[in-house]
Unconditional design. Sequence first.
Length: 318
Amino acid sequence: MPFIVVAAATAAVSSAGILAAASTTLDRVERIEGLEGALSDPVGDVELYLVVGSDSRAGADPTAPDFGGIGTEADVQGPRSDTLMVLRHDRRSDQLALLSVPRDLWVEIPGRGNDRVNSAYRDGAATLIETIEGNLDLPIHHYLEVDFNGFKAIVDAIGGVEMCFEVPTRDLNTGLDIVAPGCAVLDGVDALAYARSRYYEELRDGEWVRDGTADLGRIKRQQRFVQTALRTSVAAVLADPFRVGGVARAATDALAVDAELDLVEAAGMARLGGAAMTTYSLPVRGETIDDKSVLLLTDAAGDMLAYFRGDGPPPPVG
């Protein structure tokens, strides 16, 4: 989800002065050094971005309304990747596609053996990149990450994101609490509670019914949120170009990217997602290994991964 920021930050392309100011601010985004050996050099028209939402509690505000549902660094055993997505950009056609990787996917982590993919982040961004490349055979060309606090700041900077709900909805673990059906503008706190939800419940016929798909259901909701947030960010800045500065400042504090990524160029690409972006979920099946509930790739994953590599046609959506 980090690229919703750079999309908004350059939406007002008609104003060169504002764009220049935003570009100057974005130049101060944290650069992660030492990823050169893990990242691949682009070959052909397809470029892949690994987009990571980390579950880092660093800098968590104990006075924040969602602090009880997030906690501190002491409450979590080592940092993990809470969200993993691979963004595919075809530089010739400018088509975008987003592949969600479930965090419970069972993989081989370099130097550590087998575990869930989200734990690869504990050994650093380079190990996470190598894990994705080695297990999915996807050449990762660029890397972006944002933590919980950064995500909330981004959503607030674009004025919130409107999401619609058929029935009252909640997650007692994350603090999501939609009390009435209809559309609501989610601020940063509510948006994070929605995006993180694995125990998603809906009030139907007077009873709370839990979505039993856990991480897979969460992926669908995250993809829906990403597409809506992209449209929201672009529309917000076009309606008020002077919002660019605030969005860019939020991005500066929230994002960490590889040393070679051109943020303004990436923003121009990400803006395309406000109009159309195809989303995919990695085909998986449930399994229990070492007393852990994990996910394994199915045979259908081959065609999807070939498409993201640039070696095959787009698979069916759905």
